[in-house]
Design a protein around this ligand. Structure first.
Ligand code: FPP
Length: 228
């Protein structure tokens, strides 16, 4: 049986550091190469395939534990990525959204994020979501707190789903690169019925060609959602 098309793809981009190390480069070069891969995959999804939403794990709540210089570099890279990406978003009809605890970022980065969301909000080919300072448990906890603040004393699954930062759709397919096989607190609620694909490819080497192969594999899977 073949699957319906993927509406929502999620990617845990892993292996930038190892990619750089294998080449005798600094980790920051790996992150720069990783940012290029986000661009390639985003434009491919927007222009060639019917995916509606692609969510990328760009910075987790745990990533603050990295060396200060690496964190600072990632913040600068994110800012310049969003600045340079605007043309690409507009050219390929990509709507940009960010999820996560954004208030912990610098004011200027928060402004860059808000401005990019605003300028791209009418684009319809693809929604690209960057998960930034994101944690799945924290997202669920915030949703429940929000509902309680509205006066609810008990909540339904539907209400929690709608109160999440990513209420768009459940995720059809999750890809994690670099051979690691964990969720690392990513989109815990939305991944309940997803198909998983773990590839050994390091994120900077991931390509549209490999994405096509993974989608072909997904289409052969029989998703039963608990039925028979
Ligand atoms: C993991 O590689 C990757 C991340 C820290 C998240 C993804 C970050 C990027 C693709 C950089 C640019 C992002 C934007 C949005 C500009 P790692 O450092 O954990 O690799 P390792 O496990 O091999 O050390």
């Amino acid at each position: 049986m073949s699957n319906t098309p993927i509406k929502h793809l999620a990617i845990i981009m892993d292996g930038n550091g190892r990619w750089a190390k294998n080449r005798g480069l600094s980790r920051t070069k790996g992150h720069e190469a990783g940012a290029e891969t986000i661009r390639e995959i985003t434009t491919y999804c927007a222009s060639h395939i019917s995916i509606e939403t692609a969510t990328f794990y760009a910075f987790s709540t745990e990533n603050w534990k990295r060396p200060k210089l690496e964190v600072e570099f990632l913040m600068k890279l994110l800012d310049s990525y969003l600045k340079n990406e605007l043309d690409t978003y507009q050219k390929h009809g990509v709507r940009f959204k960010a999820i996560g605890c954004l208030h912990q970022f610098s004011k200027s980065l928060q402004q860059r994020i808000a401005k990019t969301e605003e300028l791209t909000k009418t684009n319809t080919n693809l929604t690209q979501i960057l998960a930034l300072n994101y944690g799945g448990r924290s997202e669920i906890t915030s949703a429940v707190n929000k509902l309680m603040a509205e006066g609810k004393t008990s909540v339904t699954e539907k209400e929690i789903s709608a109160a999440l930062q990513t209420p768009y759709t459940d995720i059809d397919l999750l890809i994690r690169t670099s051979g690691e096989q964990r969720l690392s607190n990513f989109l815990l609620w939305q991944l309940s019925y997803s198909e998983f694909n773990f590839t050994p490819t390091l994120w900077p080497d991931f390509s549209a060609k490999e994405l096509d192969e993974i989608i072909l594999d997904f289409e052969q899977r029989n998703r039963r959602f608990g039925g028979v």
